[in-house]
Design a protein around this ligand. Sequence first.
Ligand code: ASP
Ligand code: MG
Length: 435
Amino acid sequence: MVNVQSRDWVVMKFGGTSVASAACWETIRAQVSKNLAAGQRVLIVVSALAGVTNLLTRLADGLDEKKREQARAELDAKHRALHQALELQPSEKFRQFREDLQALIDGCTAAPLPAAQRARLLAYGERLSSTIGAGALAAVGLDIAWQDARTLLHTAPGCEGEFLTASCEDHADPELERALASQGRLHITQGFIASGQGGETCLLGRGGSDTSAACLAARLGAGRLEIWTDVPGIFSADPRQVPQARLLRRLSYSEAQELASMGAKVLHPPSIQPARTHRIPVHIKDTNRPDEPGTRIVARHAREEAQVKGVVSRADITLIRMDNPGMWRQSGFLADAFGVFKQHGYSVDLISTSESTVTVSLDPQVPAHYDSARMAAFIADLEKLCRVTVHNGCVSISLVGNAIRTILGRVSAALDVFQDRRVHMVTQSANDLNL
Ligand code: ASP
Ligand code: MG
């Protein structure tokens, strides 16, 4: 449902490299002040300082005592360096969080932590960074309120037990909007974190701060979502691999969704949907070059010409080929086969079919197929229905753009490069956005 709130909120999300230095916080101050001066209310959503979630993940995976102490020291050093660069004393809240985190680290061993504890540990990255950020902005005279993300964002029903990759509610919440507005015009909170139905700490998956920000923008009925990062926007291809890649100044929600899902790394793929549902424009900006135009993601113009907007790739894709000569003229094979996918919690991404063969790729956002025991049980059940071949380590390459079917002729030359490659499957997405 499109909400009718005032739209005077701007949600500004800053990624890990965008919060890690004093220069970053000067840019944040300037950009926040600009929005405040324009009469907007601002909610800042931050990631953990660059590298912190990786360190916490290593601790959660299990380390021997020596490595554990190294990780602890590295975590401390990162936060201390930022405090020093900002010429800031650690606040009372920061000290408390640090102490709580130390206690959790004391409980870590060489064995991996169970999911609920892992979520609690990883949540401290964003807790600490948002606390330093609140101090930095208060020190330069901004009136800012620190908010616990777990009071703002709740996991969606059906996510019970999903401590690490939960989805969140994104319906408009005028009551929340009024509650925040009554506490001031500027707030800061943590990305990546939400509370489960029972109040437990849950995470939105690696890179999930974008999605936190999008869900919060939806809940507040924001007029704009700004994603501040360390690249100038979304490019037509990965500029590290393709130097002549162009910055895409404007994308439709569906193009951005398709690019993000098919491998563009700038945005967490589930972040587009809340913005799109609530018609919130998304603006991707470079914290190191705040005056550059960035990429705007907005609703599609009805008469926009069809065009390939980007070429993106994903590595490490698993394909499953199912052969069943008996499938011809028989009904129900797909239902049975996909029943096995459902039963084992595997989600299908791409699909291509023939009379007796179906090839699918596994959704790489659901990392269950990295669990070899689970994968073996799944394949064993599938083999009761058909012959199964698994191809690991494939690469998917996607040409993305609206109405791509209408311009297949124009992209045909690009297909020449596959002449000497082994192609396992070719698919064209039913939404006509991706080949
Ligand atoms: N800090 C989390 C991560 O590194 C979430 C985020 O930054 O989006 O995955
Ligand atoms: Mg990110």
